[in-house]
Design a protein around this ligand. Sequence first.
Ligand code: GMT
Length: 379
Amino acid sequence: MKIGIVCYPTFGGSGVVATELGKALAKAGHQVHFITYQQPPRLDFFNENVYYHEVNIPTYPLFQFPPYESALASEMVNVAMNENLDLLHVHYAIPHASAAYMAKMILRAQGRYVPVVTTLHGTDITLVGKDASYEPVVTFSINESDGVTAVSENLRQDTYAHFNIKREIEVIPNFIDFQRFSRQKKDHFKKAICPNGEKLIVHTSNFRRVKRIDDAVEVFYKIQKQIPAKLLLVGDGPERARIEKLCRELGIYEDVRFLGKLDAVEEVLSVADLFLMPSENESFGLAALEALACEVPLITSNAGGLPELNVQGVSGFLSNVGDVDDMVKNALYILDDANLQTFKHNALERAKDFELSKILPMYEAYYERVVQESGAAVS
Ligand code: GMT
């Protein structure tokens, strides 16, 4: 198949899933055309089946806000026509699904029907999409997509609850590539960070309020009162300065390292003992899946789709959002040397349920169904 993929070319979860999916589809023999305003960070290799088309957004003194959506729709039309695309797969509803609708209508007027699959990732539904400023457009463009997928059953239900959706939504979860995410031997790294055998706790996110990083810091603060431990925070974003200040106020700044937007997350996860994800909302929790694949058990909230990933008492524990004391109690249980190895083993076993080789065929089968149902012929 010839597939156009539209995504945010950032380190965010939706961009990562879109890029990794495109790479896997290309390896499986499909021709994949990425259409974005910048080269996605993980698209840093050569493959004969991968193409990249940059969206050019001309500026003009009249534009206070450059019309990205129009430029994107135009590029989708150009790529679909020139490359004879069979399907467009857009990741994150805003503004990709509505730009895709526009592109589809233009193509139809030129006698080409190119079906559109929209994947809902999380905040496009649970946070931003619900806002009255976007809601009518999000509802319309989901209903007008030829196929819609959500990354968890919870996100699927949330979409039905908050938008007037008249079409079926297919659940296709996030996936993990064990070729990249698996525990590596990095003893020297562990020794450097935890010279006295401290337990190593990790949180990775884009440092937005929805991640409740204060809770992660407070959990660490209370763990550290009981056992020697260190905290690594990977990522960056609007909450960074506030969280640094909190660490100073709690007097734990020396035991917390801010690593910024580190690309080689798997190296940090390879030496971790516990991963914290206390999010207010989390449609799936890709970062937590990456931790599981590196044999790191989880302490998470029970928000959103997290119960579909983290198995209570097996791969880790789940607590109510904001219940720091429960998280601390469970964390200490996992970190007990009598239990830690079992949890690490279980973490890996759980991650295997989301192995790329299991999820990729779900997307391929879905594409085929959508193309068939839309009546468009595959080139
Ligand atoms: O909010 C983020 O963490 C980034 C966001 C995105 O769309 O870039 O991530 C969402 O999509 C990921 C991939 O499907 C999911 O694993 C994350 O759980 C989801 N984030 C939230 O729901 C907060």
